[in-house]
Design a protein around this ligand. Structure first.
Ligand code: ZN
Length: 285
């Protein structure tokens, strides 16, 4: 299944994108795609409903805004420098253990919403990433069991302000957490739709120019590894998001460096997870 949410920011309703492309409303079946939904077996309930009602389901009109496909989670944890080509372009060494940082959940944004350049920013950058959504409480999970704790996958642009992240010192969270810095979606694909998370092409363009062109086969620490790894430092809760890192081709890796400015258009996609598109605007515009 492909889970979507539609409606105004902060007031989205749950839905599904069907295989024939129709978007249907599921708010009569479930409240939202949140912690309670995943924890209470909501995916199974939704599948049962879909099997019986796909033909007659109420359609979502095309003029609705599409929001993040999952409600604001308890946390978003990101993996840094998880592609060796990206580590090299940033001048960092390939990490021996996953580099982790958190991204404020208030950064969550719809896949076609604007990216707002924060106040005082001169180095807003892009990062196409595969994000994982957790299905159930995960603590001290082994790598071989990790798959059992995954609800699905979603396309994520881990938007980053490099000066806030690096020049300003301290933790990367500062450069990763501005409002609109986490465009998620267009949909969350349940894990049955992505049989092999280790071989997904991923790309990103700015104004139509290809910037990133990678594949999850080049992840240093793959999905089962990072789910297991994180679960040894914290409990992962149903609906939590783990963003697994970006390949080479970000603006800070270019010579000269290149950053987003108002009017730019960012598009990105991952095999099986659709594509998203964000217009870049100035703060307060
Ligand atoms: Zn990232």
């Amino acid at each position: 299944m492909k889970l979507i949410r539609f409606g105004e920011p902060g007031n989205e309703s749950p839905g599904l994108q069907l295989d024939d492309g129709r978007l249907v409303d599921t708010s009569s079946v479930v409240n939202d795609y949140d912690e309670e939904f995943f924890a209470s077996g909501g995916l199974g309930k939704l599948q049962d409903w879909l099997s019986a009602n796909a033909e007659n389901a109420e359609q979502v009109s095309a003029d609705h805004r599409i929001g993040s496909p999952i409600a604001r989670p308890s946390k978003m944890i990101c993996i840094g420098l998880n592609f060796s080509d990206h580590a090299a372009e940033t001048g960092a060494e390939t990490p021996k253990e996953p580099v982790i940082f958190s991204k404020a959940t208030s950064a969550l944004n719809g896949p076609f919403d604007n990216i707002v350049i924060p106040k005082g920013s001169e180095q807003t950058d892009w990062e196409v990433e595969l994000a994982v959504v957790i299905s159930k409480h995960a603590s001290y999970v082994s790598e071989s069991e990790a798959e059992n704790y995954i609800a699905g996958y979603v396309l994520h642009n881990d938007v980053s302000e490099r000066s806030f992240q690096i020049d300003r010192g301290g933790q990367w969270t500062k450069g990763k957490s501005a409002d609109t810095f986490a465009p998620m979606g267009p949909f969350m694909a349940t894990k049955d739709e992505i049989p092999n998370s280790d071989n997904l092409g991923m790309w990103l363009t700015v104004n139509g120019e290809k910037m990133q062109d990678g594949n999850t086969s080049n992840l240093i620490f793959n999905v089962p590894h990072v789910v297991s790894y994180l679960s040894h430092f914290m409990s992962l809760l149903p609906g939590d998001v783990i963003s697994t890192g970006t390949p080479a081709g970000v603006g800070m890796g270019m010579s000269p460096e290149r950053y987003l400015k108002p009017g730019d258009i960012v598009e990105l996609g991952i095999d099986g997870l659709g594509s998203s598109k964000q217009n870049v605007v100035a703060y307060g515009s």
